[in-house]
Write a protein that binds this ligand. Structure first.
Ligand code: DGJ
Length: 554
């Protein structure tokens, strides 16, 4: 009898999906039926699987101090709902969960998770542990006040700063214990619901105000040889290293042993590589320990650097930046991916750098400006990203009219269609403004020429100095059938396999998905709305979904 109940407990714990005889999955029997969130390779793309389905994070990150009280969050939840977000990126603060060493307090966190769950949001937790924007401001007071035991970095003048050194085993063990407790608690309280779907380990790690740490622990390590583990990784991956890094290593003769300065030369680039290695090792240990308890996907994020700027001086050095990608991959094999935070322009440039070597793209932060709606569509389309989340989304004064919310509404309806076609060259995203008015791409047999809708000259603001950004996502669902969601574009077509054929528009429907699956037509578009069959368009202030079919004629 005992044995049988143990088997039953085991079976319920592994959460087997329940199927009817026709193999159709019964939903909502209880949420414990699902597997926990995980990353899955789908052809060329990496998908985040949540509740057994591919998921796109249409998210928003909270300002740093909002998730510290139930009362403060109360008016925020409805705002986020109004903006059609499905995921909230929220910090978990080391100082609040472990106010006294070894005494964990998850009461507040539990109340907040419950609120998120009641509001039907998923959560990505941001672990504000050893580092948050370089500093250790979120370390608990018992860590801050015991500098002997928890040593800090020192700059080149020997002055220490409120930044825990990554070279201290005590620092690592203290953070790691707290993180493991957090993961254990999430497992115990959330493994039937999976409200928490992913974790960001630390936040914008990076060395300031010098390129490297000059504490005695760091100095000792700096005199040692580059660890064999790193040298072997670089040797093994020599042909595939990112070009900026190969260049640094190559300039110094591609040496495969020696001290940091012997292998990479003297200068801040070497100081930064040295820091990146130890930051990545430290973070990897935390992630590995956390995953051993409860293996949610875990990633790291970076504050970007201006080109030609100096690590430590102009930007936090050694973080998970594109030119240090190889170091972070070598030192952080348990970290699932590296993510950029956007407070600079040049989104395409940085996304191109971050998607090298198969690194999945997820944008956990973007300044909450008037470009985010278009950029959400573009990054989910062009890079088939896991998701997008502007920073401090609760600051919206007008959530009903937020372009991001309107974009999330239309893209949200298309998630099953988008994810079913990922990794197969069937999806494209566009991002257009006055400087980039036009883009051309291929989907199936067709060439799409997409222009900013202001190029038509119909809209009032089209004579303005600057044009608000337009963005859309296109998905090919059949040989001649497509969906598009977004705003501010006009598209025309050419047949690529037989250029002598003309391409006509067979039909265009504007519609919406109901119950997540049933396509409901709102209106058939033709006449002036398609320029008498010549193009398909959505104006800049409109956000809609169109389904269209093309055909060919002589
Ligand atoms: C980037 C950080 O990751 C956020 O936590 C926040 O501090 C923003 N910068 C502020 O702009």
């Amino acid at each position: 009898m005992k044995k049988l109940s143990r088997v039953l407990i085991f079976l319920s714990a592994i959460a087997i999906p329940i199927y009817t005889s026709s193999q159709k999955k019964i939903q909502n029997v209880h949420s414990g039926q699902y597997q926990m969130p995980y990353l899955r390779k789908q052809d060329k793309t990496t998908q985040l699987i949540v509740d057994d389905n591919p998921f796109l994070i249409m998210g928003g990150e909270l300002g740093n101090s909002s998730f510290t009280s139930v009362e403060y969050m109360e008016p925020i939840w409805p705002k986020l709902k109004t903006m059609n977000m499905n995921t909230v990126l929220a910090p978990v603060y080391w100082e609040l969960i472990e106010p006294a060493e070894g005494k964990f307090d998850f009461e507040l966190l539990d109340m907040l998770v419950k609120k998120a769950r009641d509001n039907n949001f998923k959560l990505v937790f941001l672990w504000f542990g050893s580092w948050k924007n370089s500093t250790s401001s979120h370390a608990p007071s018992w860590v801050k006040k015991n500098q002997e035991r928890f040593p800090r970095i020192k700059d080149d003048k020997g002055t220490s700063h409120e930044i825990l050194t990554p070279f201290s085993e005590n620092n690592l063990q203290a953070d790691l214990k707290a993180y493991k407790s957090l993961m254990k608690h999430i497992k115990e309280t959330d493994a039937n619901d999976y409200t928490v779907i992913m974790i960001q380990a630390e936040n914008e790690i990076g060395m300031l105000p010098t390129a490297r740490d000059y504490s005695s622990l760091a100095n000792e390590r700096f005199q040692e040889n580059v660890p064999t583990e790193l040298m072997q990784y670089l040797e093994r991956n020599k042909e595939n290293l990112v070009s900026e890094f190969s260049e640094v290593w190559g300039k110094n003769g591609l040496k495969n042993s020696g001290t940091w300065e012997e292998v990479f030369g003297k200068g801040s680039q070497t100081d930064e590589i040295f820091m990146a290695w130890y930051y990545s090792k430290y973070t990897n240990s935390i992630v590995e320990a956390g995953k051993a308890v409860y293996p949610l996907p875990m990633y790291v994020n970076a504050a970007l650097n201006y080109p030609q700027s100096k690590p430590g001086i102009n930007y936090p050095g050694g973080g998970p930046l594109p030119h240090l990608m190889d170091i972070w991959k070598a030192g952080g094999p348990s970290i699932d991916f590296l993510s950029p935070d956007f407070y600079f322009p040049d989104l395409k440039h940085w996304c191109d750098l971050y998607t090298r070597q198969g690194n999945p793209l997820f944008i956990p932060e973007h300044r909450f400006d008037n470009t985010v709606a278009a950029k959400a569509a573009y990054t989910l389309g062009h890079y088939e990203s896991i998701g997008f989340a502007p920073f401090s989304v609760e600051s919206s004064g007008n959530p009903e009219n937020e372009p991001l919310g309107k974009m999330y509404n239309v893209i949200g309806q298309l998630i099953p269609i988008i994810t079913a076609h990922q990794g197969q060259d069937k999806i494209e995203g566009v991002l257009l403004d006055k400087q980039n008015q036009e883009t051309v791409f291929k989907l199936g047999n067709y060439e799409f020429k997409v222009r900013h809708s202001y190029t038509l000259g119909y809209e009032n603001n089209s004579r303005n100095e600057t044009w608000n950004m337009a963005g859309a996502i296109f998905v090919q669902t059949g040989e001649d059938e497509f969906y598009v969601a977004g705003s501010g574009f006009v598209v025309t077509f050419r047949n690529l396999s037989n250029p002598s054929l003309n391409v006509g528009i067979l039909k265009v429907d504007e519609g919406r998905f109901e119950n997540g699956k049933d396509w409901k037509i709102i209106r058939h578009l033709n006449g002036d709305q398609t320029h008498q069959g010549r193009h398909i368009r959505i104006f800049l202030d409109d956000y809609s979904i169109l389904r269209f079919e093309l055909y060919n004629y002589n």
